[in-house]
Design a protein around this ligand. Structure first.
Ligand code: RUB
Length: 303
C-alpha cells in the first residue's frame, strides 16, 4: 500500500542504511513528498491526517538527530496552507535543495578557517564537516586529515575513504588515540546531530572527549551545523534524548564473557565552552548565538 513508502524510509533510518543527520532529514522530506503524490481520492481532512501519521512514524525512527523532526515539521507546515498537497511537494523540494545548498555554504565558510599546511581531525562521518575539508582542499591548501574509526559502527572508515578518494592525505586512527596525536592536529572539525539553545553540541559518541582534549591542547574545535540542526524544543527547556543502541553493535561476547553488561549510547553532549565556533550556512556563530538561531528560524514551531 501507499504507506510502504514511509515504512521503507522509516526502516532504513532505523537500521542506519540511511544515516547522518542531514541525509536522514532529506530522506524524510523525500518520503513525505512521494507519499503525498501517491495518496489520492481523499478528503482534505483525511489527507492531512494521513500526512501527520506518516510524519510521526518517520520522526520515531531515531530520537537524537533533530534534522529528522525539523525536516518533517518544515514539510508538514504546508498542511496549514491552501492546496496542501502541492505545498507539501513544494516544501519537501525546498527543504532538500536548501539542505544541499547549506552544505556548500558551510564548506566555504569553514574552509576560511583552514590554513595551508593544516592537519585536521574529524570524527564519525559528517557531510557538513567533509564539505569544509574538501573545500579547503579545492582551494589548493595543502592539508592532512586524521579520521577516528568511530566505534562501534566505524563511520570513520567512510570518511577516510571519501577523503582519500578525493586525493587528500588521510590517516585513520583508533578513537582512543586522539590525545596521543593531538600535538599533530591544528584544528578539529566535526558535524552535529543537534545544537541546543545554550550552545551545546550533540554529536557521535566520543565527540565530547575529543573536544576536551582539543581544549586542553588549545586546538580550535569547530562544529559544522546547518541551521536545521538547531533544536527548537531546547528553547523551552526540553532535553535531547540520547539514543542507546543494540549492545550487539559493540560485541557479541564469547561464552566466557556472557553476563557482562554492555552500554551503547550513540551520541554525547559537548558543552558550549569547548566549542570555538559553529559553522552554519549563514556564517560562523559562537555557541552563545544558538538561542538566536532557534528563535529566528524555529520560533514559529514552539509558539
Ligand atoms: C552521524 C553523526 C554525524 C552527524 C552529522 O551519526 O554523528 O556527525 O549526524 O552528519 P550516525 P551530517 O552515523 O549514528 O547517524 O553533517 O552528515 O549531517
Amino acid at each position: 500500500s501507499e504507506i510502504d513508502i514511509i515504512k521503507e524510509t522509516y526502516e532504513k533510518i532505523k537500521n542506519m542504511e540511511i544515516r547522518g543527520a542531514g541525509r536522514i532529514g532529506r530522506a524524510a522530506a523525500k518520503a513525505l513528498k512521494e507519499y503525498a503524490l501517491k495518496i489520492s481520492n481523499l478528503s482534505e481532512e483525511e489527507f492531512k491526517n494521513k500526512m501527520k501519521e506518516a510524519g510521526d512514524l518517520l520522526i520515531s525512527a531515531r530520537p537524537t538527530a533533530v534534522s529528522l523532526p525539523n525536516a518533517v515539521k518544515y514539510v508538514l507546515k504546508g498542511l496549514n496552507e491552501e492546496n496542501p498537497k502541492e505545498k507539501i511537494i513544494e516544501r519537501a523540494d525546498e527543504f532538500i535543495n536548501s539542505s544541499l545548498k547549506a552544505i556548500e555554504n558551510i564548506g566555504k565558510f569553514g574552509a576560511n578557517r583552514i590554513k595551508d599546511g593544516d592537519t585536521i581531525l574529524t570524527h564519525c562521518n559528517s557531510e557538513a564537516a567533509i564539505s569544509v575539508i574538501k573545500t579547503a582542499y579545492d582551494e589548493g591548501k595543502d592539508i592532512k586529515v586524521f579520521c577516528t574509526e568511530t566505534r562501534p559502527r566505524n563511520q570513520g572508515y567512510i570518511t577516510a575513504k571519501t577523503l582519500y578518494d578525493y586525493g587528500i592525505d588521510v590517516t585513520l586512527i583508533v578513537d582512543s588515540a586522539v590525545r596521543y596525536f593531538i600535538k599533530d592536529i591544528d584544528i578539529v572539525v566535526v558535524g552535529a546531530d543537534a545544537i541546543t539553545a545554550n550552545g551545546c553540541l550533540v554529536n557521535k559518541i566520543g565527540t565530547s572527549q575529543i573536544a576536551l582534549i582539543a581544549n586542553e591542547s588549545r586546538v580550535p574545535f569547530l562544529t559544522a551545523a546547518e541551521t536545521y540542526k538547531f533544536h527548537p524544543k531546547t528553547i523551552v527547556g526540553e532535553l535531547i534524548e540520547i539514543e542507546e543502541r543494540d549492545p550487539e553493535e559493540v560485541t557479541t561476547f564469547e561464552e566466557k564473557y556472557k553476563g557482562i553488561k554492555i552500554r551503547n549510547p550513540a551520541f554525547d553532549v559537548t558543552p558550549a565552552k569547548y566549542i570555538d565556533a559553529i559553522i552554519t550556512e549563514i556564517g560562523l556563530i559562537p555557541p552563545q548565538g544558538a538561542w538566536y538561531i532557534i528563535e529566528k528560524y524555529f520560533g514559529w514551531l514552539e509558539k
